[in-house]
Write a protein that binds this ligand. Structure first.
Ligand SMILES: [Zn+2]
Length: 489
């Protein structure tokens, strides 16, 4: 549906129906009062745009975009409504029935220069919830103890609401822009399937072609009440699924045979589960470890500094990998068994047993090499490994020398009391890989200072965002985007 379509639908016969399902602030009703706290505290008294952004975030959480199935169109229409009220003309980009992205642009000149344009990206969909394990309604945007709870509070509706605030703030100030700033809310990020950014680029690239982007992917890591460092994502690992298939002869369970595929599969998975792929350094990971060493205690710092030395390297890699699953995954390809399936009845030996391995490759590493190594390790003719379709593509890293990267690091570091900004290679996937494949210098920074404990809740139960962190993030992102948009580089 294009923008005109939205106007017609809202103003037409479906108005009542739609108005009922679109939250308050899209209908021109002021957002609900945010967190209660002691009077005069930042909780109670956020900057005006952050207060509005809290309302947008709450409304977005209330629109259930669990993917599958996604149903992002309603959230896209909500965002379009917020933008339209500011006199901005958004455009709906349809991808599949009920699934749309939305784009809008602040122009710097009559003839746009896509190579200079800056794209603000966030996704509309969220991962599903296990409702029974939540202590609050996951789609209620409940405010409790200074947090807003809800699926997507961080990933990625927090960033989406922050992007909206930055974009609308820029429009309201009427600043003279030296590059176009483009707002883009994508669909189907969590499943990367038929309505994802891959499709969006294939169908609508001209609508948001840009030289630079800021997206999720990096984080502001809070430890012991202080920002320890800012990880600016400039690269990401590549996901590939590999099936492990054991075959044997089906038969009566009362007379076990040696070729029972359940037993062969279990043996293979046990070996794979204890395997560590060799360490490979990418330029970004090398710089990350150089930067992180001085922030850690002396003992672990000593081993971090030794990871790439000929004499102590191997031992150091073991110590560092054991100290942190994140560090382990930054140093090597990882292989995680995730799904097991076998058997049709309790008294039948099945003919086949299968498992799925979720492999995360360092950019540049080959799945063929990993499969070869695993085949040698498993060493069982009854077991076969099969690379599954839809493997991710490795993208070139974004530059660590660009003006935008330097600006993000400088502003974020200043805003977070001098904490260092380090280049970051995420173990998780984002829309940025597809952008990088189209020559966009894309950087990941969710600008909210968050503890490990809060980061862990993304994709987990009781996802929540501290309201103070949200407000701070809106301010930091505003500074980064405004400076890059108005400065002549
Ligand atoms: Zn996300």
């Amino acid at each position: 549906m294009n923008w005109n379509g939205v106007v017609q639908v809202i103003a037409g016969a479906g108005a009542l129906l739609l108005a009922a399902s679109i939250p308050a602030s899209a209908q021109g009703i002021p957002p609900a009062a945010p967190a209660r706290a002691a009077s005069g505290s930042p909780l109670n008294d956020p900057p005006p745009i952050a207060r509005e952004a809290r309302g947008w975030l709450a409304d977005l959480i209330k629109i259930n975009t669990s993917n599958p199935p996604g149903n992002e169109q309603l959230a896209a229409m909500y965002v379009a409504g917020v933008l339209q009220k500011e006199g901005i003309k958004p455009e709906m980009l349809d991808l599949a029935p009920g699934r749309s992205a939305v784009v809008a642009r602040l122009r710097s000149s009559v003839v746009p220069d896509p190579s200079k344009s800056l794209l603000l990206v966030a996704h509309l969909d969220v991962v599903p919830v296990d409702k029974g394990r939540w202590t609050v309604d996951p789609f209620g945007a409940v405010i409790k103890d200074g947090y807003m709870y809800g699926r997507g509070a961080i990933d990625d509706k927090g960033m989406l609401a922050a992007n909206l605030a930055v974009f609308i703030g820029l429009k309201r100030t009427n600043a003279h822009l030296n590059r176009d700033v483009i707002f883009l809310a994508t669909a189907d990020e969590e499943q990367s399937a038929d309505a994802s950014i891959r499709m969006l680029i294939a169908k609508y690239w001209d609508k948001f072609a840009a030289g630079f982007a800021i997206n999720e992917g990096g984080n502001v890591f809070l430890k012991n009440g202080k920002v320890q460092y800012i990880g600016v994502q400039a690269s990401e690992k590549v996901a590939v699924n590999v099936a492990v298939i054991a075959r044997g002869t089906s038969g009566h369970a009362s007379q076990p045979t040696k070729d029972n595929p359940v037993v062969h599969l279990a043996g293979a998975i046990t070996k794979i589960g204890t395997y560590s792929a060799p360490v490979h350094f990418t330029a970004i990971v090398r710089r990350y470890f150089e930067g992180i060493a001085p922030l850690e205690d002396d003992e672990i710092a000593k081993w971090i500094r030794s990871v790439d030395t000929p004499d102590r390297g191997e031992h150091a890699q073991r110590v560092v990998s054991d100290a942190s699953p994140l560090w382990n995954a930054m140093l090597r390809d990882t292989i995680a068994p995730t799904v097991l399936s076998a058997g049709v009845a309790n008294n039948v030996i099945p003919a086949e047993a299968r498992a799925n391995l979720n492999v995360r490759l360092l950019p540049g590493d080959s799945i063929g090499t990993v499969v070869n190594d695993l085949n040698k390790l498993v060493n069982d003719p009854a077991v076969r490994l099969e690379v599954q379709p839809n493997a991710g593509l490795a993208a070139p890293p974004s530059s660590l020398e660009s003006d935008f990267y330097n600006l993000i690091c400088r502003v974020a570091s200043k805003e977070f009391d001098g904490a260092p900004a380090l280049p970051f290679q995420s173990t998780w996937l984002t829309d940025s890989a597809q952008l990088r494949l189209h020559n966009v210098q894309a950087y990941g920074l969710v600008p909210f200072p968050l503890t490990q404990e809060d980061l862990r809740r993304m994709h987990g139960d009781d996802e929540r965002i501290p309201l103070v962190a949200f407000d701070k993030g809106v301010g930091v992102l505003t500074k980064i985007v405004t400076e890059f948009a108005v400065t002549r580089y």
